[in-house]
Design a protein around this ligand. Structure first.
Ligand code: NAP
Length: 454
C-alpha cells in the first residue's frame, strides 16, 4: 500500500471480454473489497471486443468499449494490459505495443506467446513484466512454482496431461467403449472443445503449452513447430482395450526432458502404466509432473481451463504485478530467448505398443517373428473387434529410428493381415515395472503365452 494508506489504483486495459475476460470482470467485482484491504484497487477502464453491441451479462457502460485492441494497448491511461482475446497477429501487436511502453502484460494466450516469444521479450526488455500463469494448466500455479519455489532446483523432466479436451475424449472412449468420433461429439456437445477442435485433438495446444513450460523449466525457448507433435485422432477403441488388458491407459502426454543429445520435447498419445499417477488423471483435469535429482518427483493436479480457473489465474498475475511492481514479477528469465539443442526424436529409446491384426491361431508365430527381428516382447494381449483378432504387443526399449524402419517389415509379416499401428509408452523402463510387480498376469506375459486371451 502506498505511503498515504490509499490502495494502489491500477487501470486495466482488457482485450477480450468472452469466457476468460468476462470471468475476470466478475472476479474483480466480487473481490473488490478484499483487494482494497490488501492495498490494491483494480479498475478495468478500457475493453476491446469484436462486437461492441453484444449483451454479455456485464454492465459494460462503465468501460470505454472499442473494437480496436491497438487503441487500448497504446492508451496512455492504462497501467496494465490483459490480453484474453486469442489469435496470433493482433494479439502480438497489441501486447508488444504495451510492453514497449513499459506497460506490463498479463496474457492467457499460449499460442501467441509460445510462437512469438522473442518479439514479446524484445518489447518487454528489462523494463516490464509478462504474466502468463493462465496460459498453461490454468488452475495449477506451475509457472510460479518453476519461477520461485524451484528456482534453484535442477530439473530433468517436466511432463504431463495438459490438454483437458483430449483427456476428456480419451476418458469418455474408455468409459463408454465407443470410438473417437462419438467421444468427440460428446465433448463438443458439453463445451469441452472449441468449435474447431483441431488445435486440441492434433496436439497443437499441448505443444504450445509444453513450449512455455520447457522455457520456464530449462531456460530456453523451443517454438511449438520444433516439438514432435501427434494427436489422438487415430486412437481406436481396440487400442484402449488392448492397453487396459496390459495394465495401461492411453493419455495424450506432453514431455520435455534433458537427454545426452539435448532437450527432447514430444507430444503424443502414450500408454501410461496404471501404477503411475498420470494414468489416473481423468476427464478435463490436467496434471504436471516434475522430476529432478534433488526432489525426485513432484505432481500437480487441477483443472486446466474454464471461465473461473482461467480468470482466477489472470487475476493472480495482476495482483502479483500490482504488489511487486513491473519488472520484478512474473516475467521471463532474460536467457529464455536463446537457442538450445533439441534432441533428434529418432535417437530416443522407448518401449512401444504395437496393434497387429493377427488370427488367433497365428499369435505365437507372430510374436516369434517379432523377436526374430530383434524386438523383445514384454507383454501381449488379444482382442477380437468386428471379426478381426488384434494382437497387442509391448516391446522392450528400442531406438525410435529403428522401430520406425522396422514397421514396414512388421506389416509384411506373413501372419499380420493389415497395417500395424504403433504407440509409444510413457516410460523407457517398462521392463523394471513388469519385473517389480511380478503379478500373475505379467508373469504369464513374460513367459510369452500369446495364445492366452485376456
Ligand atoms: N476459455 C478457457 O478456458 C481458456 C483457458 C486458458 C487459456 N485461454 C485463452 O484465453 C484466450 C481467450 O479465450 P476465451 O475462451 O475467453 O475466448 P472467447 O470466449 O472467444 O473470447 C474472446 C474475446 O476476445 C474478443 N476478440 C476476439 N478477437 C478480437 C479482435 N480482433 N478485436 C477485438 N476483440 C476481439 C471477442 O469479442 P466478442 O465477444 O465481441 O466476439 C471476445 O470477447 C485465448 O487465447 C485462449 O486460448 C482460454
Amino acid at each position: 500500500m502506498p505511503d498515504d494508506g490509499k490502495p494502489r489504483d491500477l487501470r486495466i486495459g482488457l482485450l477480450g471480454c468472452g469466457v476468460v475476460g468476462g470471468g475476470l470482470v466478475k472476479l474483480i467485482d466480487k473481490h473488490r473489497s478484499e483487494l482494497a484491504a490488501n492495498g490494491i484497487a483494480l479498475r478495468v477502464t478500457h475493453v476491446a471486443v469484436r462486437d461492441a453491441q453484444r449483451q454479455r451479462g456485464i454492465d459494460m457502460t462503465r468501460f470505454r468499449v472499442t473494437t480496436d485492441p491497438m487503441a487500448v494497448a497504446t492508451d496512455p491511461e492504462i497501467d496494465l494490459l490483459v490480453e484474453v482475446m486469442g489469435g496470433n497477429t493482433l494479439a502480438v501487436q497489441a501486447g508488444c505495443a504495451a510492453l514497449s511502453r513499459g506497460i506490463p502484460l498479463v496474457t492467457a494466450n499460449k499460442s501467441s506467446l509460445a510462437r512469438s516469444l522473442p518479439r514479446y521479450l524484445e518489447a518487454a526488455g528489462d523494463r516490464t513484466a509478462i504474466g502468463f500463469e493462465s496460459a498453461v494448466a490454468a488452475h495449477i500455479p506451475i509457472i510460479e512454482v518453476l519461477d520461485r519455489s524451484l528456482a534453484c532446483e535442477e530439473l530433468t523432466v517436466i511432463k504431463g496431461v495438459i490438454n483437458g479436451s483430449t483427456n476428456y475424449i480419451l476418458t469418455f472412449m474408455e468409459r463408454a467403449g465407443c470410438e473417437y468420433d462419438e467421444a468427440l461429439a460428446d465433448a463438443s456437445a458439453k463445451g469441452f472443445t472449441e468449435a474447431d477442435p483441431t488445435l486440441d485433438v492434433e496436439g497443437i495446444d499441448a505443444a504450445e503449452k509444453l513450449s512455455l513450460l520447457a522455457m520456464k523449466a530449462f531456460g530456453a525457448h523451443v517454438s511449438p513447430e520444433r516439438i514432435h507433435t501427434e494427436g489422438i485422432t487415430k486412437i481406436r477403441q481396440v487400442d484402449i482395450q488392448l492397453a487396459l488388458a496390459m495394465e495401461h491407459r492411453i493419455k495424450l502426454v506432453a514431455a520435455a526432458r534433458r537427454t545426452g543429445d539435448g532437450l527432447s520435447l514430444r507430444v503424443h498419445p502414450a500408454l501410461v502404466h496404471r501404477g503411475e499417477l498420470l494414468a489416473d488423471v481423468d476427464s478435463e483435469f490436467n496434471a504436471i509432473i516434475l522430476e529432478g535429482p534433488g526432489f525426485k518427483e513432484l505432481t500437480f493436479l487441477g483443472k486446466g481451463a474454464g471461465e473461473l480457473p482461467t480468470a482466477s489465474a489472470v487475476l493472480n498475475d495482476i495482483v502479483k504485478i500490482a504488489r511487486g511492481g513491473a519488472g520484478q514479477l512474473p516475467g521471463f528469465h532474460k536467457q529464455a530467448g536463446e537457442g538450445i539443442r533439441v534432441a533428434d526424436t529418432s535417437t530416443l529409446k522407448l518401449c512401444y505398443f504395437l496393434r497387429l491384426p493377427v488370427a488367433e491361431a497365428d499369435t505365437s508365430a507372430a510374436v516369434i517373428a517379432l523377436e526374430a527381428m530383434g524386438l523383445r516382447v514384454l507383454s501381449i494381449a488379444q482382442i477380437a473387434s468386428r471379426d478381426v483378432n488384434y494382437l497387442g504387443v509391448i516391446t522392450d526399449v528400442v531406438e525410435e529410428g529403428r522401430m520406425m524402419s522396422l514397421l514396414p517389415e512388421i506389416g509384411s509379416l506373413r501372419h499380420v493381415k493389415g497395417e500395424p499401428a504403433l504407440l509409444r509408452l510413457d516410460k523407457d523402463n517398462y521392463r523394471d515395472i513388469v519385473e517389480r510387480e511380478q503379478s500373475a498376469y505379467f508373469g504369464a506375459s513374460l513367459q510369452r503365452e500369446p495364445g492366452a486371451r485376456v
